[in-house]
Design a protein around this ligand. Sequence first.
Ligand SMILES: [Zn+2]
Length: 190
Amino acid sequence: MQQAPSFQVIEGQLIGARQVPSPNYNQRPEHTEIQLVVVHNISLPPSQFGGGYIEQFFQNQLDWSKHPYFQTIEGMQVSTHLLILRTGEVLQCVNFNDRAWHAGRSSYLAKKECNDYSIGIELEGSDDQPFEDVQYSVLAEVIATLQATYPKILQHLAGHSDIAPGRKTDPGPFFDWPKTRALIQQYKAD
Ligand SMILES: [Zn+2]
């Protein structure tokens, strides 16, 4: 395999990720075990990449006047645990021990409120364009690391569209689940 950055989780922090703290989080309910990873896509403006707007959005620092689309999301306070940019760089916005606001109204295997017990990973991307290879390899390595740290998530990997059907479409038709699962297995075998 190609040489990739190595990640490690220490006290809910992903070592190897750039820390970009978001104020949009709260506590997970008491005695909640992390047991699900939710994969998303996001781009700001939609289908445009780069510019740093996504991290500004998660930090409540986006200048809403910069683009007409931004006015449609003005004032929204959301977050994710991790954001994987097109370059493969990983940003951490919320500590894994805390509850990020990525899923919204949702349920997984009949269990509601996925934010309570999941880790959210946003890929910089859209429903109408393929993701970058480096995003897949970094995503797989991160998920393999998370599975080693939080064993309950082993079998539980979902898309936002799986936990909020009819309401959300991401990570979208271009997201390659078989490729992702195969890469995760490779990282675990290494
Ligand atoms: Zn989403």
